[in-house]
Design a protein around this ligand. Sequence first.
Ligand code: HEC
Length: 213
Amino acid sequence: MMASRSHRPPSLTTSLLLAAAALAACKGASAPAAAPPVGSAAAPPTAATPAAPAPTDDAYDTRTPVPMPPMMAAHHKQQMRDHLLAIQEITAALATDDFAAVEASAGRIAWSEEQAMMCQHMGAGTPGFGDLGEAFHHTADGIVTAARDRDRAGVLTALGATLQTCTGCHETYRQVVVADGGGMPGAGMPGAGGPGPMPGMHGGGAPGAMHGR
Ligand code: HEC
C-alpha cells in the first residue's frame, strides 16, 4: 500500500537521471518499446492490477501518488484549471491596476472552510497533501489582503509565494485514479458520514459549474 512509500519529493539528481534515461530510451532506435524497469520503486501496487492494465507512466514518475476515485479526480483537475484561470485573471488585472478584480479572482483561491474540507477530503489517503493544499490557500489570502491595500508590490510578492506552493505541490505529488471505494483508506469525509460526494461538489453538473462560485 501507499503507506510504505516515501513521501519525500525525488531529489533533483534522481529526476535528472530519470529524464536522461527516458531520453536515451527514446533515442535508441532499436530499443524495444518501453518496458517498465523491473522492481522500480515507482511501480504501482500489484494487488488490484487488472488482467490487461492500460499503459501508464507510473514507473517513470517518482512523485508521491495521490489516489482518487474517477469523479474526485475529475473534480480535482477541474479545480486546478480554475486555479490557473484565477492566476491568469490576477495577472491581467494587476497590469491595469484593477485591484477589485485582483481581489475577486484571488478570493476564489483564498482559504475557506469549504476549500479546506475539500483539500483534506482529496488528500485523505495521502499524508501531507491536504495540509499542503490548505497552506496554498492561506498563501493566496496574502493576495487578497495586498489587493485591498492597493499594494501592487505586495500583490506580486504574494502571487509569487502562491505560485511557489503550486509548483511545490506539483513537484511532490501526482494524481492516480483508483476504483471507487478501493485503495482509499479514509475515502469518506472524517465526520461527514461516508464516501459520498462533498457538498458543493458537482454531481454530474456541466463542466465549468465551479466557476463563479
Ligand atoms: C496540494 C497540492 C497542489 C497544489 C497546492 C496545487 N496543485 Fe495543481 N495539481 C496537483 C496535482 C496532484 C495535479 C495532478 C498532476 C499530475 O498528476 O501530474 C495537479 C494538476 C494541475 C493542473 C492540470 C489540470 C488538468 O486538467 O490536468 C493544473 C493546470 C494545475 N494543477 C494548476 C495549479 C495551480 C495554478 C496551482 C496554484 C495556484 C495549483 N495547481 C496548486 C496538486 C496541486
